[in-house]
Write a protein of this length. Sequence first.
Length: 339
Amino acid sequence: MVRIFLPIIILATFVLTGCDNHHENSPQALVLTGKTMGTTYNIKAYPPELELTKEQLQKQIDDTLIAVNQSMSPWVNGSEINQFNALSNNEIMVISDDFRAVIAESIRLGKSTGTLDVTMGPLIDLWGFGPDKRPTQRPTQIQLDDMRSRIGVDKLVLNEQGLAKTIAGLEISFSATAKGYGIDKVALLLEQLGIDNYMVEIGGELRVSGVKPNNKPWVIAIEQPDAPMGQRQVHKALKPGSNGIATSGDYRIFYEMDGETFTHLIDPATGMPVKHDLVSVTVLHPSAMTADGLATALTVMGTERAKVYAEKHNLAVYLISKSSDGLVTYASKSFKPYL
């Protein structure tokens, strides 16, 4: 994880494939685009007759995303996340329903996976992947041990009254879950308006529902992870049904220091950047927020641990790993029906 809403948050690399062949009676696509969370959004939907105008719908979508951003972005003065980060330890903060939904799922995933930690922003800064200046030397073991003692989802307390921290200075970042939550909120808005056939994309993360005209399924392509820099190539197409889709990988964000290559993903258990053969993880889940968080967590795990976790929890997961013979792929039992 890195801090929220940076362009390098999570490498979600999806390309829409195929085109629509409309018959005269087929509903026309409604296409909406805009900016949010430091990136862009794209929405394509096939609504029945809509009482709202396109402009009215776009305003509702923008208002929804602005509310999420103002709650969960550290770049917004007075945001809920900034209020919590400035809070003293053992002081309970009343939180909104949106904030509660994201922190509850972030804590659940953190405890379940052991590799997703919304409090580890300062550790990432220490390695140089946050907004602060990159270090010229790798952190010492003493620095890493000290930092690890001051982070962890176990130091968060969520109850009916609100959210608290048990240690002074603890901060949270929703870089691995808030963008997906924004997608889920927009999807919910569309469904409340009677729009069941749609694709919502924010910064590369997706959620699709229903079908395109003439009962054609949505088709999404996973990007080839070893494509030449600056080029985007399709690795595999899939039909995700009605699901959120997220991809995470370590093949774009890295730096070299002292003869070693470090990725942008940190293992909170060790405080070290991950170094393994897993280069891309794609997750399908009804919630784009959950898919978003799981994609990051599984990437940190590495290939074998990710396989075990995916099968144990019946997750739809697709892994791409590198080997001496080239790329090796793995599809969990729950993922195979979508290929």
